[in-house]
Design a protein around this ligand. Structure first.
Ligand SMILES: Nc1ncnc2c1ncn2[C@@H]1O[C@H](COP(=O)(O)OP(=O)(O)OP(=O)(O)O)[C@@H](O)[C@H]1O
Ligand SMILES: [Mg+2]
Length: 480
């Protein structure tokens, strides 16, 4: 019931208010109570002193000389005023007419002035017990004490108690009314404050797989919730981007696979239409195998890329010399380079450039880059490979004298399936996945790839891999 934020806000609001008002109410009530009793007691003391002043004390006798002026208010029981003069031994010497047959009760301690609240004839009264030691016509105060004369005055306090009770009721009613008002106010404020949250949640509900473009409107949203709305919008922006990328990827992948597949189908259909010579069957099968190889290469690259981007690959790390890796890649691709009449120069490499990496993956990286430098080169062109240590990185540069990449396409070449100038690339085999794979491999090794190119003049790719010293020190840091 109180799990909702709205209920919690209201509950907290009302509880705090109740506490504050209760403390204030109790304080006010007890202050008034004290004032009332202070006035009552002061009045009773004045009365007791007035009566004391009318008592004439003698050595052997006590004379009462109670004046009518003072006595008139004690005549009737309805007046609510009573007095009684008695000795310490309990003997009553005089009492007011208003007391009738009743007597004021002794308080038990006659040595000092005392105030008590008593029940008298079924009503509540305030009583003063006043030992008369202050004044006498003859003799010292000591003597009066020895006489042990005690004056008791009482006053009916029903009206004062009524006043206090009325005050208590007004306070209680006031507290309840203010709490009701504050609970209603709290409810309205909480509803208003939480309305934008509901708006945000409605917008989020509307966002679906089919429409990721909807965004939470920032209009009328308080600044505190704007951060939340911004976060949602940013998250949905990223989701939309990732979703679109995924959609494009699926469309591109199926398109790439459809092309060789349709070659296989059409080639097979045409060949099977009539009887063919052995040579014709051979040529047809060659075309089918080539298309199937292209397909298998695309599928293999797709799988590699999917694994790399899903971060599910486990790198088999070992200490590797980059120079050796590049030489291995060059050895693998020399037949292709010779076929294209492209020369590979690996003389610009420093010795023993050690990295901690996965041999297979890094070899794939350098093979892909070298493959591009040869594929997109001109007959008689060159590929220069250099490698050196630069601060924390080992930097390998693969520079070719090939056809280059237009500036407008430079930031897209790392996108999956992206191939520059399709009419030109058609003659060159490829699926547009090589550079994406290279970038992922570099990323997994804590490195990066940069590209520079000039159309018609050549391309340079720089691979940055974290050097061994750097990796060792960062590993040490991680462990400590
Ligand atoms: N050295 C280069 N010279 C000129 N163009 C290049 C070079 N490297 C890459 N490119 C361009 O960038 C595109 C993307 O390269 P990428 O290696 O990703 O794909 P690909 O070589 O076409 O196919 P794949 O590598 O999957 O067989 C290429 O199609 C090509 O147009
Ligand atoms: Mg390539």
């Amino acid at each position: 019931m109180f799990s909702s934020i709205k209920a919690k806000i209201i509950l907290f609001y009302v509880a705090v208010l109740f506490l504050v008002l209760s403390v204030l109410g109790i304080f006010l009530y007890f202050s008034l109570n004290q004032i009332v009793y202070k006035f009552l007691d002061a009045g009773l003391l004045a009365k007791a002193e007035a009566i004391a002043s009318l008592i004439d004390v003698d050595r052997n006798d006590i004379d009462f000389n109670l004046s009518d002026d003072v006595m008139w208010e004690y005549r009737s029981p309805r007046s609510g005023n009573y007095f009684q003069v008695r000795r310490a031994d309990g003997t009553t010497l005089a009492k007011s007419v208003s007391l009738g047959t009743t007597e004021l009760p002794p308080t038990g301690n006659d040595s000092r002035t005392q105030f008590t609240t008593i029940r008298l004839n079924g009503r509540t009264a305030r009583l003063i017990n006043f030992p008369n030691i202050s004044r006498g016509e003859s003799g010292s105060a000591e003597k009066r004490r020895m006489h042990g004369l005690v004056i008791q005055c009482a006053e009916d306090i029903a009206s004062q108690l009524d006043l206090l009770e009325d005050f208590r009721s007004v306070l209680l009613g006031g507290v309840l009314f203010v709490m009701f008002l504050s609970a209603s106010g709290g409810f309205i404020i909480a509803r208003k404050a939480l309305a934008p949250v509901l708006d945000i949640s409605e917008t989020i509900d509307r966002i679906s797989e089919h429409d990721l473009s909807t965004r939470v409107s920032l209009e009328g949203i308080p600044p505190e919730l704007r951060i939340l709305a911004h976060s949602f919008n940013r998250t949905f922006g990223r989701m939309e981007e990732a979703f679109n990328k995924q959609k494009r990827f699926a469309a591109d992948a199926s398109h790439e696979l459809r092309t060789p597949l349709s070659v296989i189908l059409s080639q097979s259909e045409i060949t099977l239409r009539k009887e063919r010579t052995a040579e014709e069957y051979k040529n047809s099968l060659k075309a089918v195998v080539q298309a199937a190889l292209a397909m298998s290469s695309t599928v293999r690259k797709l799988l590699t890329l999917t694994r790399l981007t899903a971060d599910k690959v486990e790198l088999k790390l070992e200490t590797l010399d980059v120079k050796e890796l590049i030489n291995d890649a060059a050895r693998l691709l020399r037949p292709l380079a010779e076929q294209k009449g492209v020369g590979i120069d690996t003389s610009q490499m420093s010795a023993a450039l050690l990295v901690h990496g996965d041999r297979e993956k890094l070899l794939e990286l350098f093979t892909n880059l070298l493959d591009n430098s040869i594929k997109y080169n001109i007959p008689g062109g060159q590929v220069h490979i250099s490698a050196k240590k630069e601060t924390e990185f080992i930097v390998c540069e693969i520079q070719d004298t090939g056809i280059g990449i237009p500036e407008s396409a430079l930031d897209k070449v790392f996108d999956r399936f992206y191939r520059v100038d399709h009419s030109r690339s058609k003659e060159i085999d490829g699926s547009g996945l090589g550079l994406s794979i290279c970038r992922e491999i570099a990323r997994l090794h804590g490195g990066k790839i940069e590209i520079r190119s000039k159309e018609g003049a050549g391309t340079a790719l720089s691979v940055y891999l974290k050097g061994m010293d750097m990796q060792l020190s960062s590993n040490k840091q991680n462990r400590s």
